[in-house]
Design a binder for this molecule. Structure first.
Ligand code: ASP
Length: 588
């Protein structure tokens, strides 16, 4: 037997017991007559004590151990003379009687401490060492715990966890597929699933009624910050349900997680239409931990000779409470912020409502105090507040103001990681126009059902942009944690949808024939959604990055720097796959 106890287990009640512990040498301290070693495993740290007077040879042996050596120590649990209240095992130590090195270790390239001296790249290269650190290990423990809670909750509600294939057919919609060449079928490829969407719908046709899966998904997208080419979804689907049933079920799941893990109880989640979310927050995932709702000002500010506002489709602003004292420098910083290419505004107008009731603005030349008073009234501003205005094309300006609102929220400390504001954004548009390809795309995916009352608009291409979908996203703290839709379950409507998206009958049949076929054998009305599990974990872990919650993540260029993938493959492999690959710089 390698060990009798873990390094996190021993307490004062164990004093007098003979124990055997195994673990890694966290640190050792030499105090002349005594040597102490902190022995670490996943469960904690226990102090090993060696006495020069009673066993010099053993003490010498202990002194030779380097950091991260793996050792086995046998000894007696004794009460410590100087206790460490910070450690759960801090009342006791092991008076070691024999010590065995199970494995020697090179000095690690960074310190295995809660706050390490290793930079990101180094820690990723040696991720197995990084994972030895408490904060990273705790993230994986949280992930495990959340997966268990989700499984148990959904199982109790009769959901079946069913695995769907990873080698599937490539479809042109959505993001780019990762493809896998088939050796047995030269020139043909599988795709890795971007999500199990069509399979879960087939499971509904198959009568499974309620399905879920904690499942890896793959998308070959240009990586934006905090996207991973492979990520995990909690994927769900239900039969004989309406939108309301789905929202209820999964609001229940998320509330359950919050109660179990955070002892937070929520009111029923607010519902906001996509249209209102865009209009009042410039985003389909508004952060509602703070207010600063957008206020539109066209009717108040136009026609006073300020050409920028007069020419703009939309003048819209936010009011930052208590910020009228902002200095020139602070206002310049905000102007710089909105002018950054990532935000893209031409400039920003400010109006200070001073504590004495007077106004000071960057457009004083054009606006009298009366007009500024009207503006202030629109915002419901009080003396001491600061109003920030942007102008331009409506949608673009709203998105820019969204960035400014989030920046102000950040500056004012209103985006606290320990506060949670959740909502459902509903009534998404069904279709989204793409300027580049000059066609409509499904905003969610082509299987999403239009709202029944908007279905007739499918016959009028001029109104396609107005069709609303029975699609929904769950948003917490400005993060889209999950989303889904009621599905189309009749082949007739699904075919109309494919036509709307520019598919010919032949193309639709080639791509989605199996689903359409299935629908012809009796498809129940069904709906579902998927949560981004990595993101959910980072939200509960109070961190921004999903990478911290994935055991072996890829870096921002989609590379695994530890194993060195992706990498070229041998010519024989290429030959076997009948792939003719031109050598690249990386491959040479
Ligand atoms: N498959 C969808 C997605 O990955 C989620 C859903 O509609 O259930 O976004």
């Amino acid at each position: 037997m390698y060990r009798t106890n873990t390094c996190g287990e021993l307490r004062i009640a164990h004093v007098g017991q003979e124990v055997t512990l195994c673990g890694w040498v966290q640190r050792s301290r030499d105090l002349g007559g005594m040597t102490f070693i902190d022995l670490r495993d996943r469960y904690g740290i226990t102090q090993l004590a060696f006495n020069m007077d009673t066993n010099a040879a053993l003490c010498e042996q202990a002194r030779r151990l380097g950091r991260e050596y793996v050792v086995q120590a046998v000894g007696r649990v004794i009460e410590r003379s100087s206790k460490n209240a910070k450690l759960p095992t801090g009342d006791v130590e092991i008076e070691v009687s024999s010590l065995k090195v199970l494995s020697a270790a090179q000095t690690p390239p960074f310190t295995i401490e809660d706050i390490s001296d290793g930079g990101d790249d180094l820690r990723m290269k040696y991720r197995y060492l990084d994972l030895r650190r408490n904060p990273v290990r705790r993230n994986l423990e949280l992930r495990h715990h959340m997966a268990q809670l989700i499984r148990n909750y959904l199982s109790r509600l009769d959901f079946l966890e069913i695995e769907t294939p990873f080698l599937i057919k490539s479809t042109p919609e959505g993001a780019r597929d990762f493809v896998v060449p088939s050796r047995m079928n030269p020139g043909e490829f599988y795709a890795l699933p971007q999500s199990p969407q069509q399979y879960k719908q087939l499971l509904m046709v198959a009568g499974m009624d309620k399905y879920f899966q904690i499942v890896r998904c793959f998308r070959d997208e240009d990586l934006r910050a905090d996207r991973q080419p492979e990520f995990t979804q909690v994927d769900c689907e239900m039969s004989f349900v309406e939108q309301e049933d789905v929202l209820d079920t999964f609001e229940g799941l998320i509330k359950h997680l919050f109660e179990e893990l955070k002892q937070v109880k929520f009111e029923p989640f607010m519902r906001m239409s996509w249209h209102d979310a865009m209009r009042f927050y410039g985003s389909d995932k508004p952060d509602l931990r703070f207010g600063m709702q957008f206020v539109e000002l066209n009717d108040v500010v136009k026609g006073h000779g300020f050409s920028l506002f007069d020419a703009a489709e939309l003048v819209v602003g936010i009011c930052a409470e208590g910020c009228a004292e902002y200095t020139r420098k602070q206002l310049d910083e905000l102007t710089e912020f909105v002018k950054r290419p990532q935000v893209g505004a031409g400039g920003m107008v400010y109006i200070k409502y001073n504590a004495d009731g007077s106004f000071k603005s960057s457009v004083d030349k054009f606006y009298s105090a009366e007009v500024l008073q009207q503006v202030a009234a629109r915002f419901g501003a009080k003396p001491g507040d600061l109003m920030l205005l942007l102008a331009g094309p409506a949608m673009k300006t709203r998105k820019q103001l969204c960035e400014l609102r989030l920046e102000m929220g950040r500056r004012l400390g209103l985006r606290r990681p320990d506060c949670f504001a959740s909502l459902w954004v509903v009534d998404f548009p069904l279709l989204e126009w793409d300027e580049e390809t000059q066609r409509y795309y499904a905003m969610h995916h082509p299987f999403t059902a239009p709202k029944p009352e908007d279905e007739a608009l499918l016959d009028d291409p001029a109104r396609w942009g107005d069709i609303r979908a029975n699609a929904y996203d769950m948003v917490i703290n400005g993060v889209e944690v999950g989303g889904g839709s009621v599905r189309i379950h009749e082949s007739g409507l699904q075919n109309r949808m494919f036509h709307t998206l520019g598919f010919t009958d032949e193309q639709a049949a080639a791509q989605f024939g199996f689903l359409m076929n299935a629908f012809s054998y009796g498809a129940p009305p069904h709906a579902g959604l998927a949560f981004g599990f990595d993101r959910l974990c980072s939200l509960f872990g109070g961190a921004d990055s999903i990478r911290d919650f994935i055991a072996f993540p890829k870096n921002n260029s989609g590379r695994d720097v530890m194993s060195g993938s992706p990498s070229p493959i041998a010519q024989e492999q290429l030959d076997e796959l009948q792939l003719d690959v031109r050598p690249t710089a990386a491959g040479k």
